[in-house]
Ligand binder design. Structure first.
Ligand code: 5RP
Length: 223
């Protein structure tokens, strides 16, 4: 199986997991990226079995609408049972690095509201220690240099992601060579820098269930 087939398999596994738990009033939180796109495509086949979705990015909203799935503003939704999204890395505790697609802030907001966060990823994303993937940090544009200097003090090498503006109109710094021994503390420390909107560590609110696509089939890892 190639990487796309593994992503497709976990996307289908996520649909299979949530479908029996949905009803006609259910609204589903949907993430961003290629794995999330496979999830949207699989979910669309069951369009009549739920109400609609909340999107974590403009790109996801467009794809959902393209399938005829209603997209709701998160502020109008009182309950979100599931949030389904990919990741750039996960450790065995389901602490994640996300934001490769620059959607980390809206992803973190939707994940915070959802009761159950299901992460879907191919096997290459499971790592013993987070940090090989550069950690994305969303930053208010005028704070770019200040935040970069503070990230260097925390031991990282921030690199400006050229040509990228987030859906919120901000920039991304990708932090290389960060030693992430305590993801919960580092998430809080980076978020405390003035000018940071949020960072791509999902550790204070990790995933609840990781569906991992492997050559031997989809593995389930729960917290
Ligand atoms: C977007 C993300 C994605 O979930 C992450 O980049 C994984 O993407 P893909 O499913 O394409 O491998 O965090 O901001």
């Amino acid at each position: 199986m190639n990487q796309d087939q593994l992503k497709q398999a976990v996307a289908q596994a996520a649909v299979d997991h949530i479908l029996p738990r949905l009803d006609s009033k259910s609204v589903i939180g949907v993430g961003t990226g290629s794995t999330a796109n496979f999830f949207i495509d699989a979910l669309a086949k069951h369009r009549m079995e739920f109400d609609g979705a909340v999107a974590s990015s403009e790109a996801t909203a467009a794809r959902l609408k393209g399938h005829g799935i209603p997209v709701y503003d998160l502020n109008t939704v009182s309950e979100l049972e599931f949030y389904v999204d990919g990741a750039d890395e996960s450790d065995e505790h389901l602490h994640l690095i996300k934001g490769g697609g620059a959607a980390l802030t809206r992803e973190k907001i939707v994940a915070a509201v959802a009761r159950t966060f299901i992460c879907i990823a191919d096997a290459s994303k499971l790592v013993p220690v987070l940090g090989t993937f550069p950690l994305p940090v969303e930053v208010i544009p005028m704070a770019r240099s200040h935040v970069a200097r503070e990230l260097v003090k925390l031991g990282g090498d921030p690199v400006y992601r050229e040509g990228v503006l987030t859906d919120n109109g901000n920039i991304i710094l990708d932090v290389h060579n960060m030693s992430i021994v305590d993801p919960v503390k580092l998430e809080a420390d980076i978020n405390a820098i003035v000018g940071v909107v949020t960072n791509g560590l999902f550790a204070a609110r990790p995933a609840d269930l990781l569906l991992l696509g492997t050559a031997e089939g989809v593995k389930r890892i729960s917290r």
